[in-house]
Design a protein around this ligand. Structure first.
Ligand code: NDP
Ligand code: HSE
Length: 404
């Protein structure tokens, strides 16, 4: 029997216990042993819940039990998760987590400590919920020079954008639904302002390029500025607006950003709806591969955590190499990143079309009959810095969205 502990009995933590109970026999067969949750740590009581019998409030009970070999964390936040992760590894326990804040901030160090202790620090659920993406990056695309990663990395915002587009629902109403379904972060600002997707693209690019990509260095925009009118424009062009995390390596220059983008039907990410996430990875010899699945929610996320617990149980005492050095990788400044942009200007009395054409060059005008008071267009590809200078010279600007 292999004893494990679960830290945090919220959406994901309770899902971990449920997945292990539901698939007990399958897990035992694949592992060749029984995976038992010996302790659950939480701040709250759970009267009447079977978990009561194994519930503890003092983490020392877990840390000091030498029979516990695996600790799975689903509390969220950097502290005390970071302290608990270090203590678990120091005390001979492999550690896994769904907590992207912890992984983005301290992943490199925890990977090193795990290596020094011949244990493992795993984090499959920290990006893309139930989608296997971390393991493929570590173990499958190893021969590749990774040129680009593009992902819909946040389930809450994809759910909101889908329902706003398909049902014309109000942003705040749909956000409330996403919270009720257990998709959103404790502070949903992390979802809607793009901070959650930012941490996820930081994790993916750290793994892809082998060094520390600091999330603080990544230019990040969320979806709070997207209006029903923007969605109407996108639909009129056969496009969909998605929150995209992108990292790329152009001749050794690594860049990353998070922003809403208008995708065409040709994009493999165009049809990714609802709480689903998808990530495309482009390798120099592999070309494109795509990973798709539920990006948030209790059981899909928990299943990914349990996959780490099983691997850690199978490989107890043997470190699985993960290349993520603590040395910081310098990113290209975001003003150098190139994009094409959809722009909306209001047509006041002194609107001057010639000035727009002169500023932006070879534009493609987009006409929405219901918006005769607006001038909308798509720019040619240019750097973010160049675009911003031009865009900000127009006082009648309404909105801009990158075209992916
Ligand atoms: P919840 O808020 O539902 O659950 C967290 C649980 O941990 C709560 O029961 C909380 O108790 C408990 N907790 C918090 N601090 C402590 C502490 N110091 N000691 C003991 N227990 C503690 O969060 P989720 O389950 O949704 O998310 C957990 C982590 O997984 C987060 O990092 C999140 O980003 C990540 N994640 C979530 C997904 C999802 O779909 N929900 C998907 C992928 C990742 P209390 O409520 O009393 O504070
Ligand atoms: N709040 C996150 C999301 C949870 O909506 O994607 C999964 O990381």
């Amino acid at each position: 029997m292999i004893k494990a502990a679960v830290l945090g009995y919220g959406t994901v933590g309770s899902g971990i216990v449920e997945v292990i109970n539901t698939n007990k026999e399958i897990i035992a067969k694949r592992l060749g042993d029984v995976l038992e949750v010996a302790y659950v740590l939480d701040l709250r009581e759970f009267p009447g819940n079977p978990v009561e019998k194994i519930l503890v409030h003092d983490v020392d009970v877990i840390m000091n039990d030498p029979e516990v070999k695996i600790v799975a964390e689903a509390m969220g936040g950097v502290e005390p998760a970071y302290t608990f992760a270090k203590r678990a590894l120091e005390n001979g326990k492999s550690f896994c987590t769904s907590n992207k804040e912890l992984v983005a901030k301290h992943g490199a160090e925890l990977i090193r400590i795990a290596r020094e202790k011949n244990l493992n620090f795993m984090f499959e659920a920290s990006v893309g919920g139930g989608i296997p993406i971390i393991r493929p990056l570590i173990a499958c695309v190893t021969p590749e020079n990774i040129l680009e990663i593009n992902g819909i990395l946040n389930g809450t915002t994809n759910y909101i954008l889908t329902r706003m587009t398909e049902e014309g629902l109000d942003f705040n109403d749909v956000l409330r639904e996403a919270q009720q379904k257990g998709y959103a972060e404790r502070n949903p600002e992390a979802d809607v302002e793009g901070y959650d997707a930012c941490r996820k693209i930081a994790i993916l690019s750290s793994l892809a390029y082998g060094g520390q990509v600091d999330f603080e260095d990544i230019h990040t925009e969320g979806i709070t500025g997207i209006t029903p009118v923007d969605i109407e424009y996108a639909e009129s062009m056969g496009r969909a607006i998605k929150l995209i995390g992108r990292a790329s390596n152009k001749d050794g220059k690594i860049s990353a950003m998070v922003a809403p983008m208008m995708l065409s039907k040709d994009s493999p990410l165009y049809a990714v709806r609802d709480v689903f996430n998808a990530i495309t990875v482009t390798g120099n010899t592999l070309s494109d591969v795509m990973f798709y699945g539920k990006g948030a929610g209790k059981l899909p996320t928990a299943s990914a955590v349990v996959s780490d617990m099983i691997e850690e149980a199978m490989k107890y005492g043997e470190n699985v190499k993960i290349l993520w050095d603590e040395k910081k990788l310098e990113l290209a400044h975001y003003s150098e990143i190139e994009n094409s942009f959809f722009v909306r200007l209001s047509k006041g009395e002194d609107f001057d079309e010639e000035r727009v054409v002169k500023a932006f060059g070879d534009i493609l005008q987009v006409v929405l009959e219901s918006r005769p008071d607006e001038y909308a267009f798509i720019t040619p590809v240019m750097s973010e810095g160049e675009f911003l200078k031009k865009y900000e010279s127009f006082e009648n600007r309404l909105n801009m969205i990158r075209v992916g």
